[in-house]
Design a protein. Structure first.
Length: 304
C-alpha cells in the first residue's frame, strides 16, 4: 500500500501536465458504465474526476449490462468503465475459489489475471461491497431480531412467514439464493418466492416496502440507495456466502500509458466510496431524482 501511495503522489503533479499535453493530440478516453443507477453514478464520477485532471473524455455512460460493457472494453470499443471485483470469478471461471471473498486478495487476483490475459488494468477498488443480499421490512426484521443471514435462516427454519421478491437470476444462479441457502442451511419453498421480470432491485425493494402479494423480503445489493427510504433492513452476510463486489475502474493498459494522470485522479475518489456513502449517493439519484452528473460534481467538490 505504501508503494502504491508513493507512486500516486509522484504522478499527481506530472500526470496533470502530461495529460494536458496529450490532450492536444491523443484520442479522448471513452468512459462507459453499466445501465443501472450505481453504474451511472460511478461513470459520472470518473468523467468528472478525469476532466479535473485535464484528461479528455467521451461520454458512453449507461451502455448496457455487464456482458455488453465488458465485451466493449475487450474489443476496444470503449476505454474505461467501473466493474466489480467479484465478477472476476465469472470472467475467469473461478467461481468456487474462496479468494473472491477476500477484498484485497480478490482485487489482486483479477488485477493480475486481466492484465496478463487481456491487457486490462484494475485500478484500486472502493471499500464498499455491492454484493447480492436480502433485505427485510423493518417492521418484520425488528420484532424478530433479524440482522444477519444466520438470524434469517433460524427464522425461516422456525416457520417464519417470509415471502421474497427476486429476479429469476437471483433465484436460479448458483452464486445467489442457492449460495445463501447452502451456506446458512435454509430452503425457501416455491410459494415463498415471487419472481419478478428483469434484475432491477428497484422493483424487488418496492414490492417488499409495499407488501405486494405478501412480500416482506427482497433481493437487494449492498449499496442500494432506496433501502433506508423504503424502511428496509439489509441482512448481513456474516458467513460470507457471497463474493465481495468492490467497485473499481477497469481500463486497457495502453490508455494508462497514454494518460498517466488517470490513476492518481481516480484513486482518491474510489477510496472515499464506502457502503454508507454509496447508499447515500445512489439514493439522491434513485429516490430524490437528482441527475447523476450533478450528484457526482457535488461529491467531488467536497472531496479533499
Amino acid at each position: 500500500m505504501t508503494i502504491r501511495l508513493t507512486r500516486r503522489a509522484a504522478l499527481a503533479g506530472a500526470g496533470s501536465i502530461a495529460a494536458a499535453r496529450l490532450a492536444r493530440g491523443a484520442a479522448p478516453v471513452r468512459v462507459a458504465s453499466k445501465i443501472d443507477t450505481e453504474g451511472s453514478l460511478l461513470g459520472a464520477l470518473i468523467l468528472a474526476a478525469l476532466s479535473r485532471r485535464g484528461v479528455p473524455t467521451e461520454d458512453k455512460l449507461q451502455l448496457g449490462p455487464t456482458r455488453i460493457v465488458r465485451e466493449a472494453l475487450l474489443s476496444g470499443a470503449i476505454d474505461l468503465y467501473p466493474e466489480y471485483t467479484g465478477n472476476g470469478a465469472f470472467f475467469f471461471h473461478q467461481e468456487n475459489d474462496p479468494v473472491w471473498k477476500d477484498r484485497a486478495a480478490g482485487w489482486q487476483r483479477v488485477h493480475d489475471l486481466d492484465l496478463k490475459q487481456n491487457g486490462v488494468m484494475w485500478l484500486p477498488c472502493a471499500p464498499a461491497n455491492n454484493a447480492w443480499a436480502i433485505a427485510m421490512r423493518q417492521d418484520v426484521a425488528g420484532p424478530n431480531h433479524l440482522t444477519t443471514m444466520q438470524d434469517f435462516a433460524r427464522w425461516v427454519n422456525g416457520g417464519g412467514a417470509v415471502k421474497l421478491a427476486a429476479s429469476a437470476e437471483f433465484v436460479e444462479s448458483p452464486a445467489a439464493l442457492p449460495a445463501f441457502q447452502a451456506e446458512y442451511g435454509f430452503k425457501l419453498r416455491e410459494g415463498q418466492i415471487v419472481t419478478l421480470a428483469g434484475g432491477n432491485t428497484a422493483a424487488t425493494l418496492r414490492a417488499a416496502a409495499e407488501g405486494t402479494s405478501g412480500v416482506n423480503a427482497a433481493m437487494a445489493y449492498g449499496t442500494d440507495g432506496a433501502l433506508a427510504a423504503l424502511s428496509l433492513a439489509l441482512l448481513a452476510d456474516d458467513r460470507h456466502a457471497e463474493p465481495i463486489y468492490a467497485p473499481a475502474p477497469t481500463l486497457r493498459k495502453s490508455v494508462v500509458d497514454t494518460y498517466p494522470a488517470i490513476e492518481p485522479a481516480l484513486a482518491p475518489v474510489f477510496a472515499a466510496l464506502d457502503e454508507t456513502t454509496l447508499q447515500h449517493l445512489n439514493a439522491r439519484i434513485a429516490v430524490e431524482g437528482e441527475d447523476p452528473k450533478a450528484v457526482a460534481a457535488s461529491f467531488l467538490a467536497k472531496l479533499k
